[in-house]
Design a protein around this ligand. Structure first.
Ligand SMILES: Nc1nc2c(ncn2[C@@H]2O[C@H](COP(=O)(O)OP(=O)(O)OP(=O)(O)O)[C@@H](O)[C@H]2O)c(=O)[nH]1
Length: 209
């Protein structure tokens, strides 16, 4: 067994960009442990990754929706433990073919990646559980993949409103076994970041199947 995998505790501050892949066969070898981040375009996925890694430049954030079109791999302080930024879903300003193309590659990654330990679904707390989000939840349930939901941009709501939204989300998801974590999150206010890091570390630390 890789001694590096058993000894070091995971730290997210040392995350570094590794490679981008536009297809499954361009991805890194399928071993070790990965947690992937998915979300509707503009939900706040890149910002969440930057907050978690305390690196404002790690994943490019953009005010232009759909900039994250490749599968981006980030290394952590432990060999073979990685975070993966998946293409944002639903960017309207590109051609249908291009859209289909990258969604197909996303599908390949999700279906075939054996080292995937869990999925983080980033959703805007003001517009939760879009059609895409529902699809991802169903997919995780079907494939028994642990799911963490970050209800982000919570700073855009008053605390009471944010709480109400969280309760509504929890109610809608109560029958899904795959949902292991539902976290009120804000990249701007750094809310939920520690809880998210802890949950990620637990997933990445879990022994290989
Ligand atoms: N107030 C606030 N704004 C946020 C937060 N997270 C992201 N944003 C803003 O939302 C917009 C989109 O954020 P990104 O992180 O680029 O979104 P993305 O989901 O990675 O977008 P794609 O590249 O389209 O996949 C940017 O203008 C961010 O500054 C947050 O927690 N609070």
């Amino acid at each position: 067994m890789d001694s590096d995998l058993t000894q070091k505790s995971i730290s997210f501050n040392s995350a570094r960009f590794l490679i981008s892949a536009s297809r499954l066969d361009e991805c890194l070898p399928d071993h070790g442990a990965e947690v992937a981040f998915a979300g509707r375009s503009n939900a706040g996925k890149s910002s969440a990754l930057n907050a978690i890694t305390a690196n404002g430049k790690l994943a490019r954030t953009s005010k232009t929706p759909g900039r994250t079109r490749l599968i981006n791999f980030f290394s952590l302080n432990r060999e073979n433990a990685r975070l993966v930024d998946l293409p944002g879903y639903g960017y309207a300003k590109v051609s249908r073919d291009m859209k289909d193309d990258w969604q197909q590659h996303l599908g390949h990654y999700l279906n075939d990646r054996r080292c995937l330990r869990g999925l983080v679904l980033v959703m805007d707390i003001r517009h939760p559980l879009t059609e895409f989000d529902q699809m991802m939840v169903e997919w995780c349930e079907h494939n028994q993949l642990p799911l963490m939901i970050l209800a982000t941009k919570a700073d855009k709501l008053k605390f009471g409103q944010a709480k109400t939204s969280m309760l509504e989300i929890a109610k809608k998801l109560k029958d899904y076994q795959c949902v292991e974590h539902l976290i009120m999150f804000s990249s701007t206010a750094k809310r939920g970041v520690d809880d998210c890091r802890q949950a990620l570390a637990n997933w990445l630390d879990a022994p290989e199947n």
